[in-house]
Design a protein around this ligand. Sequence first.
Ligand SMILES: [Zn+2]
Length: 275
Amino acid sequence: MMLNRRTTLKAAAGLAALFVGLRRAEAADLLQGSVTQGALLRGRTDPAASVVFDGKPVRLSPEGRFAFGFAYDRKEPALLSVSVPGAAPLEQSLAPAPREYRIQRIDGLPEKFVDPPKEVLDRIAREAALVDAARARDTEASWFSDAFVWPVKGPLTGVYGSQRILNGVPKRPHFGLDIAAGEGKPIVAPVGAIVALAEPDLYFTGGTVILDHGHGVSSSYLHMSRIDVKPGDTVKQGDVIGAIGKTGRATGPHLCLRLNWFQVRLDPGLVLPVP
Ligand SMILES: [Zn+2]
């Protein structure tokens, strides 16, 4: 299902070879996460190294920590290259394991539920630009490498990558993890962050917070009934950022939790402990 610890360990063991010879690399801490579609991978290497993933330089923290991720539908392998001054660059091709996502067909739906009305398209575009900008941040903080905790606990009612086909038209896959919980229940930061966005009323997602965990890794909290933070605030793991709601286009109170590496949508379920 969402988590596969064995794959994670196997991938980490295979990748260890990549980092052999890097002076300060610690075996347990090389690359965390499974090489699979939708996964966030977190690594650590010599702080003096330069890391290139998929042709783009990746930021390294002063401790040598870095992160990157695979899109939900990524099929072609990506090249990870680690160069330490005075040593030959180490390169490894990473082929993300394919996943099977849940597909649901719904036919005979009134058209108004299929597409948003024309008069809100400008608003939707404006709000999408705000969200994109929040996800584009590449800050120096390295909270992303900490162990995540659940922002709220409850039954999982929707998973990452699931897709609805409405009246024969495939809709965008669902990139969140839906956690059902009572209206007003507090939502906490899963790791430390700077608040990148706090908007009380976005068209689709209602009360929305985006937390910046550093190096392009961000998490989003949708449909909130209350927001307790503002952009620029720093929060620690466990700090309350707001409360569960059903604002925006939601049918009942729940948290839609999302995880991104820049604009790449990742599976939050893969960084959270097994419930
Ligand atoms: Zn959702």
